[in-house]
Write a protein that binds this ligand. Sequence first.
Ligand SMILES: NC(=O)c1ccc[n+]([C@@H]2O[C@H](COP(=O)([O-])OP(=O)(O)OC[C@H]3O[C@@H](n4cnc5c(N)ncnc54)[C@H](OP(=O)(O)O)[C@@H]3O)[C@@H](O)[C@H]2O)c1
Length: 262
Amino acid sequence: MSPIRVVVAGATGRMGSEVARAVAAEPGFKLAGLVSRRAAGGRLPGWEEVPVAPTVRELLGAVRADALVDFTVAEAAFENARAAIQHRVAPVVGASGLSSDQVSVLAEEARAAGIGGAVVPNFAVGAVLMMHLARQAARFFETVEIIELHHDGKADAPSGTAIATARLLAEARPEGFRRNVPTREPLPGSRGAELAGISIHAVRLPGLVAHQEVIFGGRGQTLTIRHDSTSRESFIPGVLLAVRRVLETRQFYFGLEPILGL
Ligand SMILES: NC(=O)c1ccc[n+]([C@@H]2O[C@H](COP(=O)([O-])OP(=O)(O)OC[C@H]3O[C@@H](n4cnc5c(N)ncnc54)[C@H](OP(=O)(O)O)[C@@H]3O)[C@@H](O)[C@H]2O)c1
């Protein structure tokens, strides 16, 4: 069977370079090309054998691919995914921050092109399970807060995962959550951001990778569900699984949950 040909955008980034190495090493996969704005003369240091281009459109004009894995930034990722769909290459978007309207546009364009695709806010299987379990707990607790902790190179706050978790919790509890609002707040913002009655706190420190706690509070008890990604490797099995699944099913997925069958 011919290998699954994958191109990776954001190739010099922390995630993009990890994914490129993983794809190159994975049996049954072929790293068909890399997209980097730093591609000089069509080559990237360390990837001398792999075609490189500064844009997805340019790369896909030159190489054949089955899937694009994108770990750039939201603005670029949306246009990259659209370019991939136009080439009938299935987009698997890991970059955080696509709006629900953008996800709908991609899903519709992929469907019209007869290909699959995915926008996955979190590829770490453990993190997805953390959200799934938190969702089960939501109906039993009237109060909940989310603390997400990431490395200090992360551009966005709060994380896409924290926002997705809050949305899931809100859906699971239509009567809503009760949120403590201080009567005095000497330092404004100390209760964090708010979504659907849920406080979200973002910690940014060197030494962290990607971590999240969901803390439920009830009478005389708390329930904490915590997930830690201790290295970026945690995202790789989810990325490879998503690529396989979108190519097998030609469906468009939002999140890893439906891909894992949750
Ligand atoms: N879904 C998940 O599980 C998951 C996990 C971790 C991170 N993320 C998300 O993935 C994204 C990348 O994270 P990271 O830590 O790898 O970031 P990063 O190290 O900053 O890498 C991002 C790369 O994207 C490219 N890029 C940046 N701005 C761009 C633009 N305006 N247009 C085109 N390309 C651009 C750059 O590569 P070149 O200079 O080579 O073009 C850059 O190195 C973020 O949105 C992050 O939140 C998602």
